[in-house]
Ligand binder design. Structure first.
Ligand SMILES: [Zn+2]
Length: 213
C-alpha cells in the first residue's frame, strides 16, 4: 500500500508530527500533533488533504499540544490514544506541561486502544503495540501493509538513542524489554518514524544503538 508520510517539526521540543495518507486519497491522519498545529494545517492545505483522525503515541504535552486546534478545525476527527495514557490528555500535571510552565490540555480521547487492536484510519490499517517505559501507556502504530513496514514510534526508539525513562511511569528495563519484544521482531528494513530526530530502521538500531546493543 503506497502511502505518503510528511514530517512537521514543532518547536520548542523539536517534536515530529507526521501527516499520513494513501496515494491518491485526500483523507489523512496525523500522528502526535505538537505545539505548532498551524504548520500541520498548512501542510494539509498545500496537499489538499482533510483530517480524519488524530493519533497519539503517548500523553506527553509535546505530542498532544496540537490536538485542540486540529479538533476544532476537524471536529469529526477522533482523538485516539493508548488507554494507559488517555488520562494525561486532560491533565496538565500528568502530561508534564505544568512542569514546563505552560499548562495545556487536549480534548478527551474519542477512542482508546490497546495492544492487539488494528485500527483503520484514512484507509490505512495500523497494528497497535504497547511499549511502556518512557510513559506507562505508550503505544506504537505499525503499518505492515506497506513495503517496507512503517512504525510510528513516538518516544521509544530514536536514531542512536532511546526515550527518556526518568519521567513518572518511566522504566529503562521495561522500555528495553518491550523494544526488543515488539520492534526487534519486525523486519530489519522496517522504517521507524520517531517522535524526535531523524528516521531510522529497526536493523540499524539493532546493530548500533548504544542503549540497546
Ligand atoms: Zn514523551
Amino acid at each position: 500500500m503506497p502511502v505518503q508520510v510528511h514530517t512537521i517539526v514543532s518547536e520548542p521540543f523539536e517534536e515530529n508530527s507526521y501527516l499520513v495518507w494513501r496515494d491518491g486519497s485526500s483523507d489523512a491522519f496525523v500522528v502526535d500533533p505538537g505545539f505548532q498545529p498551524e504548520l500541520i494545517l498548512e501542510a494539509m492545505k498545500a496537499n489538499e488533504l482533510s483530517l480524519v483522525a488524530i493519533i497519539c503515541t503517548h500523553g506527553h504535552c509535546d505530542h498532544i499540544a496540537g490536538n485542540a486546534a486540529l479538533k476544532q478545525a476537524y471536529p469529526h476527527a477522533p482523538i485516539i490514544i493508548g488507554s494507559g495514557d488517555a488520562p494525561m490528555l486532560t491533565d496538565p500535571l500528568r502530561n508534564m506541561s505544568a512542569v514546563f510552565g505552560c499548562p495545556i490540555t487536549s480534548p478527551p480521547a474519542d477512542r482508546v486502544v490497546s495492544e492487539g487492536e488494528v485500527i483503520t484510519v484514512a484507509g490505512i490499517p495500523l497494528d497497535v503495540f504497547a511499549i511502556p517505559g518512557h510513559s506507562a501507556g505508550h503505544v506504537v502504530y505499525v503499518l505492515r501493509q506497506s513495503a517496507p513496514t512503517l512504525v510510528f514510534g513516538g518516544d521509544v526508539l530514536f536514531r542512536g538513542s532511546i526515550g527518556r525513562t526518568d519521567f513518572p511511569g518511566g522504566s529503562f528495563t521495561e522500555l528495553k524489554a518491550h523494544i526488543e519484544r515488539v520492534l526487534w521482531a519486525l523486519p530489519d528494513n522496517s522504517v521507524v518514524y520517531p517522535g524526535h530526530g531523524p528516521v531510522t530502521t529497526v536493523g540499524h538500531e539493532k546493530r548500533t544503538n548504544p542503549f540497546l546493543v
